[in-house]
Design a binder for this molecule. Structure first.
Ligand code: SAM
Length: 255
C-alpha cells in the first residue's frame, strides 16, 4: 500500500486535527524502527499516534517503552485496545493531547507521520525540547532546510532520520595533555559545522568538523609538517570533554 497522502479538508468532529488519520504501512513501521535504531532502553514518542501501531510495534518488537500523543479520543480508545490485545499495555501509554503541547522531553526517539507544513511548525520544538542525540524519524515528509542525516526509500515512500544536534556554535578553547593550547571558532547550521582553528595561537586547518548528536569530531592540521589530529568531544551543558584516545580527558570551555 502506498501510504503517502494528499492534504484534504477533514476533521469532521471539529477537534482541531492538523492531519487526517492515515496509518503507516507495517513495512514502513518496521523500517522506521530500524532507522531509529530503537532498542529496549529507548523511550519512543509517536506524535499523532493514530491506531497505535508504531507505539505497539516499538514495545513488542524492540522491547522499548513508548508513548503515543494523539488528539482524537476515538483513536486513543482504539490504540489502547490494540496495545492490550498485543499484550504490551504495561509498556505503552497513550496521551490525549495536542502534539504541539504535550511534553516530549523524555523521548530518546520521536516518530512522525504528519505533513510537511506540520513538520516545519514542529521543528523548533524538536530542536529546543529534545536532548542532543535524540533520533527523529519521519515517514514521507522532510524538514525543509534541516537536511536529514539519513534517508531511505521503501515502496515509493521516503523515511528520514535526524539526530538532534548539540549546540556548539561559538568559540571554544582547551589545553591538550601535552600542554598545547587549542582554540576553535565554530559556526553551526543544524548539524552542519564550519569554522577555524588555532594551535598555540598559530592558525591551523580545521579539516573536518562533524556533529552526531552530542558527539563532535574535529580534525585539526597544525601548521608545519605535524600530522592532522582527530579529536572527538562529548558535548555537555557548558563544556566539551575530549573522549578520543588522542587528548582524552581535556576539557574545552567557551572562550
Ligand atoms: C497520518 S496519521 C499517523 C498515525 C500513526 N503515527 C502512523 O504512522 O500510523 C496522523 C495522526 O495524527 C493525529 N493528529 C492530527 N493532528 C493532531 C494534533 N494536533 N495533535 C495530536 N494528534 C494529531 C491524527 O488524529 C492522526 O491519528
Amino acid at each position: 500500500m502506498d501510504t503517502d497522502f494528499i492534504y484534504d479538508p477533514f476533521d469532521e468532529l471539529g477537534i482541531g486535527l492538523d492531519v487526517p488519520f492515515v496509518p503507516s504501512d507495517e513495512r514502513v513501521v518496521k523500517a522506521m524502527l530500524e532507522m531509529g535504531a530503537v532498542e529496549a532502553d529507548d523511550v519512543l514518542y509517536d506524535l499523532g499516534s493514530g491506531d497505535g501501531r508504531i507505539v505497539v510495534a516499538a514495545a513488542q518488537e524492540c522491547g522499548a517503552r513508548a508513548v503515543g500523543i494523539e488528539k482524537d479520543p476515538s483513536m486513543i480508545i482504539t490504540a489502547e485496545a490494540y496495545a492490550a490485545q498485543m499484550g504490551v499495555e504495561h509498556q505503552v501509554c497513550f496521551v490525549q493531547d495536542d502534539l504541539f503541547e504535550g511534553d516530549i522531553s523524555p523521548a530518546t526517539v520521536v516518530t512522525l507521520y504528519l505533513l510537511h507544513t506540520i513538520n516545519l511548525e514542529l521543528r523548533p520544538r524538536l530542536l529546543s525540547e529534545l536532548r542532543p542525540g535524540t533520533r527523529v524519524v519521519s515517514h514521507a515528509f522532510d524538514m525543509g532546510d534541516w537536511k536529514p542525516d539519513r534517508r531511505a526509500r521503501l515502496r515509493g515512500s521516503s523515511i528520514y532520520l535526524w539526530v538532534i544536534p548539540a549546540r556548539v556554535a561559538g568559540r571554544w578553547e582547551w589545553e591538550s595533555p601535552a600542554g598545547s593550547r587549542y582554540r576553535v571558532a565554530l559556526e553551526q547550521t543544524y548539524q552542519r559545522l564550519q569554522g577555524q582553528a588555532w594551535v598555540d595561537d598559530q592558525p591551523a586547518q580545521l579539516q573536518v568538523a562533524t556533529l552526531w548528536g552530542d558527539l563532535m569530531e574535529l580534525q585539526i592540521q597544525p601548521e608545519g609538517d605535524r600530522e592532522a589530529e582527530s579529536i572527538v568531544l562529548h558535548c555537555q551543558e557548558q563544556q566539551l570533554v575530549v573522549v578520543s584516545e588522542h587528548q582524552r580527558g581535556a576539557i574545552a570551555h567557551a572562550a
